[in-house]
Design a protein around this ligand. Structure first.
Ligand code: HGY
Ligand code: MN
Ligand code: MN
Length: 416
């Protein structure tokens, strides 16, 4: 069968309906989603995804980290499968499309192939990776990291959320511990569709991002220890104020990132004050520094500068301090051959496109270690993500999924 023509497209209404139906599970408070990993809502979303995959004639496998793999058979059972997918878990104030578009777009590709009776030589697998976000259990991309051999399963299952709940116990509680060994599956290729989560594609008027690279990341968890004391009666020169230390370091992180422009970012997203009482000087603060760059040299330099800033501020204020790296991956270069396939698919379909570096981390960043991997991106409104107001257009969702469809067919091989 000749390569499918440019008229082969997914069903945009069905894709959008699936996105909206999934969005009803684990709703946020402002129109987005709070479907955090290993919560009951995550479990409910997994069951819906499983029902949809089975209705599409796929068989579901689950590994011991809860990663889900729905397989559509190919004509050559010995051929390694082509994987596509992303994640269904969200931030606490997440959007409806971060990760979800990649999973349900992949499902839509299979539904379209079923509609048209298109067969492929390689089997096709649609994947939902557990705990991509790292919001509840750090680090991000945890289960794809175990799959790629970055983390041990024991480390991953020992991770605790801010309430002290343990990953392995929560995975068992929602009933999604599978029986497959993590990482046993071998892949011919992995393709991940994702919203850009930045402003570039929309600003440039492009429908498709051909993702050539991904920036690297450090998550440094800082613990500052001072002395709880009365905010009213303690003289200023007698305070050992961990809260003040955290504020100064937060400012230093911003200055360090600004000093490495362009292509460097830094912020503190998560911070816990103890005892967090209005009239008690914080005797302890625990917070995570998130620094990133597509350039290895800048990433490493920023880590060193942040660590020195922490030591200097602690000395200024007489604080104790600890630094623990709770997340890290170096800048990623995706498979050049697959990048060409994605670019060719966008050109064949007539979608405007540009090469882009992913600002966010993705499961594809780890899977790239064990199989040829690439990403396809679509714009998002105002570049906004990790915010309940995250929005994309149905046209952008369809364009990204059409490109995924044609790229997967190119890689999986169409059989008459
Ligand atoms: O943090 C990230 O870049 C991803 O959203 N987990
Ligand atoms: Mn994501
Ligand atoms: Mn995210």
């Amino acid at each position: 069968m000749p390569a499918p023509g440019q008229n082969l497209r997914i069903n945009p209404e069905r894709l959008w309906d699936s996105l909206m139906e999934m969005a009803r599970i684990g709703p946020g408070i402002a129109g987005g989603n709070n479907r955090q990993t290993l919560t009951d809502a995550d479990g409910e979303g997994r069951h819906l995804f499983q029902r949809w995959c089975q209705a599409a004639g796929m068989t579901m496998g689950v590994d011991t980290m809860g990663n889900m793999f729905a397989t559509r058979a190919g004509t050559d059972a010995d051929a390694l499968p082509v994987y596509m997918g992303s994640h269904l878990d969200t931030q606490p104030t997440g959007g409806k499309y971060d990760g979800v578009l990649g999973v349900l777009g992949a499902l839509e590709v299979v539904r379209t192939l079923n509609d048209l009776g298109v067969r492929t030589r390689h089997p096709i697998v649609v994947t939902n990776w557990t705990n991509e976000e790292g919001a509840r259990f750090a680090p991000a991309m945890l289960a794809s990291g175990v799959f790629a051999g970055i983390h041990t399963e024991e480390y991953a299952k020992s991770r605790k959320d801010p309430e002290g709940k343990v990953f392995g116990e929560e995975l068992a509680r929602i009933g999604w511990v599978g029986d497959e060994a993590v990482g046993a599956r071998k892949m011919h290729a992995m393709l991940e569709l994702h919203i850009e989560q930045g402003p570039i594609l929309e600003a440039e008027g492009k429908s498709i991002g051909v993702v050539t690279h991904g920036q690297g990341l450090w998550w440094l968890e800082i613990t500052l220890t001072g002395k709880d004391a009365h905010t009213g009666s303690t003289p200023m020169n007698m305070r050992v104020n961990a809260g003040l230390g955290a504020a100064r370091i937060t400012e230093r992180v911003h200055q360090i990132a600004m000093s490495h422009q362009p292509n460097a970012v830094g912020a503190v997203g998560q911070l816990f004050h103890f005892p967090n009482s209005r009239n008690v000087i914080a005797g302890k603060v625990v917070f995570t520094v998130d620094i990133r760059s597509p350039e290895q040299g800048k990433l490493d330099a920023m880590r060193g500068e942040v660590e020195r800033a922490v030591a200097a501020v602690a000395a200024e204020l007489g604080l104790g301090f600890g630094i623990e790296a709770v997340g890290h991956f170096d800048p990623v270069t995706f498979d050049p051959g697959l990048v060409k396939v994605v670019r060719g698919a966008a050109e064949k379909l007539g979608y405007s496109h540009m090469d882009i570096v992913s600002g966010a981390g993705h499961d594809a960043c780890w899977i790239n270690r064990v199989a040829p991997t690439v990403m396809v991106m679509c714009p998002c409104v105002g570049g906004l993500s990790h915010n309940e107001a995250e929005e994309i257009s149905p046209e952008w969702a369809a364009a990204g999924t059409d490109v995924l469809l044609h790229a997967v067919l190119d890689v999986a091989g169409v059989v008459g």
